[in-house]
Design a protein around this ligand. Structure first.
Ligand code: ZN
Length: 228
């Protein structure tokens, strides 16, 4: 990524393994703020971190993790809370999501699921509104959910990754909705991913004559939100 001109990345807590206890989750957080930041620095990339309990990482010790989370996010590499969100809208998921939305100061990155995406997205927006959370990115939005996401008035994350949006779909959305605040991302994870997908969207938009929008959606909106 450094070779391709990427200077800064944001890596987020997710569910790379079975998060069976609060200790496993703590070790995941520890790896992000230590090894991942160091690995980036060794390769000329500034790695910034978002921490949080992903809805698929909730276990029966989640209260312990939530108690420790404010201490974890005080680490200087941490610039966001995320990924947080809902997967199936259980009562516990909604409680964990709401608790993390209420943590002050940090922008939040919100996961939306593959299944029942529209319904879950509507529930997410209702909770974001209810909490009054500011500086929120609702992520993994695609052509099938853009109409719902636009109503939220938040930043809209477009994940360009196999199984989520394609480069073409991202370009289409950014051209079609000039008023939206997009944050294009690659969601590099243990799933099949393309570490240059944001650069590909930036280049495709620029070639098609939308250099300003490309800069905003692929670079500046993320900088404004996470590196202020
Ligand atoms: Zn996600």
């Amino acid at each position: 990524m450094g070779v391709a001109g990427v200077t800064d990345v944001l890596t987020l807590a997710h569910d790379p393994m079975r998060m069976s206890t609060s200790d496993v989750l703590a070790d995941h957080f520890h790896k992000l703020v230590n090894s991942e930041v160091r690995r980036g620095a060794e390769n000329g990339v500034n790695v910034h971190v978002g921490l949080g309990v992903h809805p698929r990482s909730i276990n029966d010790q989640v209260d312990t993790t939530l108690e420790l989370l404010p201490d974890f996010v005080a680490h200087p590499a941490v610039v966001a809370i995320g990924e947080i969100g809902l997967e199936t809208c259980t009562t516990v998921e909604e409680q964990v999501f709401r608790t993390q939305l209420e943590i002050d100061y940090y922008p939040k990155v919100i996961h939306t699921p593959r299944r029942a995406k529209r319904e879950v997205l509507e529930r997410i927006i209702a909770i974001v509104d209810d909490v009054g959370a500011k500086d929120v990115v609702i992520d993994h939005i695609d052509p099938s959910t853009i109409d719902v996401a636009l109503e939220a008035g938040t930043y809209i994350g477009i994940t360009v990754q196999p199984g989520k949006a394609s480069v073409r779909e991202a370009v289409g959305l950014i051209i079609e909705y000039p008023e939206a605040k997009f944050v294009v991302n690659s969601d590099l994870s243990s799933q099949r991913s393309d570490c240059l997908s944001v650069a590909r969207v930036l280049r495709a938009l620029t070639v098609e004559g939308y250099a300003d929008r490309a800069q905003k959606a692929c670079v500046q909106n993320g900088r404004d939100l996470f590196l202020r």
